[in-house]
Design a protein around this ligand. Structure first.
Ligand code: PGA
Length: 247
């Protein structure tokens, strides 16, 4: 996090928390976190819970992001949601290209770049996810994979001031296997050589490993999955980032 203006901690809830639970969670998070200097915080609920998150967090420094956004303004795309619709709802930003979207729902480097470009045009902030699978790392393809993923984003939007990249090695997501701080630092340096925007680390970030990961040069924050589903661990990760920002 050395040199980063403000660390960014985002909680990716995936397909957890309906509207009622979201409202309760956000009320509690708001009470627990208050204002955290030097750290930007966002929650990313499922579409159906965005409204409750926006209402519960209105006037607080905690932002609300969606988990995906389509690249057309409207049209015959059953099941998809457009960036402009999210903007109208009051959403601050969106994740695009999460590895679960790439793995299970056919997202490619090209569609992820389109999603990012349209969301930025609509006025949303974007967290674009990249990262290699275990097999790709074992075969020594990590840099090629990252070059393809980041290159598509770079061609589409360049170093846009509202773009953040999340480096999430697929083998570290939801597995409890975190990248070592050194490995994360190396990957972040490589990504930054391709596109100079803030880069979050994601993949089994928890209160116990957050400080060490966030202290790596080039790690500008974290995209947190499992540990963002409870207030206390998520707040503890935000506290760790705040401590580093003060030091
Ligand atoms: P995890 O998920 O923290 O549960 O590994 C991270 C993510 O998928 O964004």
């Amino acid at each position: 996090m050395v040199g980063a203006a403000v660390a960014f901690i985002a909680g990716n809830w995936k397909m957890f928390k309906g509207p009622a639970e979201t409202a309760r969670f956000c009320d509690e998070l708001r009470r627990r976190i208050g204002a955290v200097d030097g750290v930007r915080i966002a929650v990313c609920p499922p579409y159906v819970s965005l409204r409750e998150a926006i209402d519960a967090l209105a006037g607080s420094p905690i932002a609300v992001f969606a988990q995906n956004a389509h690249w057309h303004e409207s049209g015959a795309f059953t099941g998809e949601v457009a960036s402009l619709m999210l903007r109208e709802l009051g959403v601050d930003g969106t994740i695009v290209g999460h590895s679960e979207r790439r793995q299970h729902f056919g997202d490619t480097n090209e569609t992820v770049a389109l999603r990012a470009a349209t969301a930025l045009d609509a006025g949303l902030d974007v967290i674009a996810c990249v990262g290699e699978s275990a097999e790709e790392r074992e075969k020594g393809w990590t840099e090629d994979v990252l070059r393809g993923q980041v290159g598509a984003l770079s061609d589409a939007v360049g170093a846009n001031g509202r773009l953040t990249i999340a480096y999430e090695p697929v083998w570290a997501i939801g597995t409890g296997r975190t990248a070592t701080p050194e490995l994360a630092g190396e990957a972040h340096a490589f990504i930054r050589s391709l596109l100079d925007v803030p880069i979050l680390y994601g993949g089994s970030v928890k209160p116990e490993n957050a400080a060490e990961l966030l202290a790596q040069p080039g790690v500008d924050g974290a995209l947190v999955g499992g540990a963002s589903l409870e207030v206390e661990p998520f707040a503890a990760i935000c506290d760790a980032a705040a401590r580093l920002a003060r030091d």
